[in-house]
Ligand binder design. Structure first.
Ligand code: IVH
Length: 691
């Protein structure tokens, strides 16, 4: 053998070992955590490279090489599907008190009195993944995942392999019917699958949920066919004609059409609800599938309609979560994480432990005060808990297990990323890095936020890649994302030649960046990551100002706290002095203005009206409600107005289009009259929106 060959072989061996390690890490993220860190295409590319390498050097094949086991995550290949009716998630409640509040809120929203009954249907919350089945002319034509709620993936072929889902419906089913429900795997099937995986030397799934998710996301339908996944229906999406007045009737109908269902019970009082919750909790262990709570839904569909939604969850339903599961483990270290707004959060690095079917190795310690209050020290044996999708937390220290007298944790007074001073503002419990724009940790977190799902939602630019690109200086500020393709032309080596990348994944990345050059104003505002400006506030700002330039001008004018612009800002629902301060601070910063200008030059930011295009008589109008409304609750009236594209303000100004005056209206009504703003009675208002 000549030396060149030897060298090549040595290189191949090193690369082989790197690839095996990398693929194993991603297998773990996929099978154990159901949290893939790279795109499916990227993963496929790694496996292909490994296969090629082993084809050329068969002696490198080891028994534990990933090529010796199948069961890779699905390739990128599912088409996107827009949901006609969005697929929402549920708010959570944890105690009887929360349930009472939920019930009360509904009554208040609907303007009902104590004596009016609000029936709820209680049903188990299945721990699987949501799926929408669409029947047209009583034939199953489409199955889709939830995705971000507005758009999911087309998994029809895979879902058609689920035996208990009917392919056709009887004649009395409507022409268009979407059944929403949960894909899951039974405990027995999960154990059998993992046993088979183990025997075949393949990775095992951490819990039935991950196993169901992994099975349904297979691109090869033949793999899915062999996986024992099942379905439970529990709600409706789009329907061409209504066939029930209550949720209870919906569930009965679904049952009569052979849609598999869990139990459901009609409850008419709080006592009834709590008794049923206990019953389901007690029966949990005997069930052959995982449930993680009880869902309560308002029974009357007309009430559901009126209650509507608040951001991503319906007001008419909530999930009563089972108590958090706990486990005992050892605290190995405390790290300080720096958030997008500079908040320093202590994170517990733990000896990995399984809690409720999930391996946990990190938990939050909240803040310095919490560490001190609970007297948490490195090396301690601690109790951690995990409730549903909430971040695991350290609950307490088992003091009798403490060895010796380890030192108390010394919370740093400086930012671990940039060394700037960390301070507490007013009575805040959070310490914040004062490094602002010079702090690299904050910059990376801002970029991660910028590309996140509710912001620019850029596929293929996950957290790890953002970190990597930032460190290499490829992306330093948001605008760089949209210049990356040009930069790549002169980059040595170009992205496709880097470890873990290839032509396909590079292409996919640039394509997803490209499609986001056109962005809705509310998403854009949210993406800026201004402190206290979440999704809902971003929407309100977009609705109020309409365009980025109008927003920017208004924020410049509002820097003067005596100005009308400042008053207008405070007049926006849910924007108080603290949020206003953060907003004005952001827009006053020279560097942020530069970021905005750079982005504006590269993007097409849709005006809010164009994105909304609600065709209603009050679309784009500014309204103020005052006095007591008699036919609906104040909240319901506001929600209705906003859904029709109107802006609801808290006080009357020259910019107000209508004041809707209920009974006993006082100073706002007077101001409206003084300013010559049109005043509507409750009847006139309802006539206007129903016209
Ligand atoms: S109703 C608009 N009912 O829980 C209401 N959801 O945490 C939509 N889930 O996304 C959901 N069991 O995937 C509903 N009986 C049940 C459920 C259920 C499980 C899932 C569903 C939802 C998630 C929210």
């Amino acid at each position: 053998m000549n030396t060149l060959m030897d060298l090549e072989h040595l290189d191949a061996k090193v690369r082989h070992s790197d690839l095996v390690k990398e693929i194993r890490t991603h297998d773990g993220a996929y099978y154990q955590d159901d949290a893939p860190k790279i795109s499916d295409a990227h993963y496929d590319k790694l496996r292909k490279e490994l296969e090629k390498l082993e084809e050329k050097y068969p002696d490198l094949i080891t028994k534990d090489s990933p090529t010796q086991s199948v069961g890779a995550p699905a390739s990128k290949g599912f088409q996107k599907v827009k949901h006609v009716v969005p697929m929402l998630s549920l708010s959570n409640v944890f105690s009887e008190e929360d349930v009472t509040d939920f019930h009360e809120r509904i009554r208040r929203f609907l303007g009902l009195s104590e004596s009016d009954e609000v029936e709820l249907v209680a049903e188990p919350k299945i721990d699987g993944l949501s799926c929408s089945l669409r029947y047209e002319d009583r034939k199953l034509v489409l199955a889709a995942t939830r995705g971000d709620g507005a758009e999911g993936e087309n998994i029809t072929q895979n879902v058609k392999t689920i035996k208990d889902i009917p392919q056709t419906l009887p004649d009395d089913a409507p022409d268009i019917l979407e059944v929403r429900g949960e894909i899951y795997m039974s405990s027995k099937d999960f154990e059998a699958l993992n046993k088979a995986q183990e025997e075949a030397g393949k990775p095992v799934f951490a819990n039935p949920r991950n196993a169901a998710a992994g099975s349904v996301r297979q691109l090869d339908v033949n793999v899915t066919r062999q996986r024992p996944i099942k379905f439970f229906g529990y709600a409706l999406g789009e329907v061409s004609e209504s066939f029930a007045d209550t949720h209870f009737e919906v569930r009965e109908k679904l049952k009569s059409w052979a849609i598999p269902e869990t139990s459901f019970k009609l409850c008419s009082s709080l006592a009834d609800i709590m008794a049923h919750y206990e019953e389901i909790l007690e029966g949990r262990a005997a069930l052959d599938y995982d449930i993680d709570g009880v869902v309560y839904k308002v029974n009357r569909l007309d009430y559901q309609e009126r209650l509507g939604f608040i951001s991503r969850s319906p007001r008419w339903a909530t999930a009563h979560k089972f108590p958090a599961e706990r486990a005992v483990t050892v605290l190995k270290e405390i790290d300080i994480q720096v958030g997008r707004t500079g908040a320093l959060t202590p994170v517990a690095r733990l000896e990995p432990v399984t809690v409720g079917g999930v391996v946990v190795s990190n938990a939050t310690l909240h803040n310095a005060d919490e560490i001190e209050r609970k007297d948490i020290r490195v090396g301690d044996t601690v109790v951690i808990q995990r409730a549903g999708d909430v971040i695991p937390q350290v609950v307490e220290v088992l003091k009798d297990k403490r060895k010796g007298n380890p030192p108390s944790f010394d919370f740093p007074g400086h930012c671990p990323a940039c060394g700037s001073l960390a301070i507490r503002e007013d009575d805040d419990v959070i310490l914040r890095c004062t490094g602002g724009l010079i702090c690299p940790a904050q910059a990376v977190e801002r970029l991660k936020h910028f590309v996140s799902r509710l912001a620019f939602d850029i596929d293929g630019l996950g957290a790890k890649i953002v970190e990597q690109f930032y460190e290499e200086g490829l992306i330093k500020s948001p605008a760089d994302i949209f210049k990356l393709k040009d930069l790549n032309k002169t980059l040595q080596p170009p992205i496709r030649e880097r470890e873990g990348w290839g032509d396909l994944s590079e292409n996919n990345l640039f394509e997803s960046i490209n499609t986001r050059r056109n962005i809705q104003l509310n998403r854009f505002i949210y993406a800026l990551g201004i402190r206290q400006v979440g999704e809902a506030t971003a929407k309100r700002l977009a609705a109020t100002y309409g365009s980025l330039s109008a927003l920017n001008e208004a924020m410049k004018a509002a820097q003067n706290r005596e100005s009308e612009a400042f008053q207008e800002l405070l007049n926006i629902e849910d924007i108080g002095p603290a949020v206003a301060d953060d907003l004005l601070g952001f827009f006053a910063e020279e560097h942020n203005q530069q970021v905005l200008a750079d982005l504006e030059a590269l993007l097409e930011i849709q005006t809010y009206e164009a994105a909304q295009s609600v065709d209603s008589p009050v679309s784009g109008k500014t309204l103020v409600f005052t006095g007591t409304l008699t036919t609906v609750g104040r909240q319901e009236a506001k929600a209705k107005a906003e859904s029709l594209g109107a802006k609801v303000a808290g006080s009357v100004s020259k910019k107000t289009d209508y004041v809707i005056a209920g009974e006993d209206a006082g100073s706002k009504l007077k101001k409206a009259k003084d300013l010559g703003v049109e005043v509507l009675s409750e009847e006139q208002w309802s006539a206007l929106i129903n016209s």
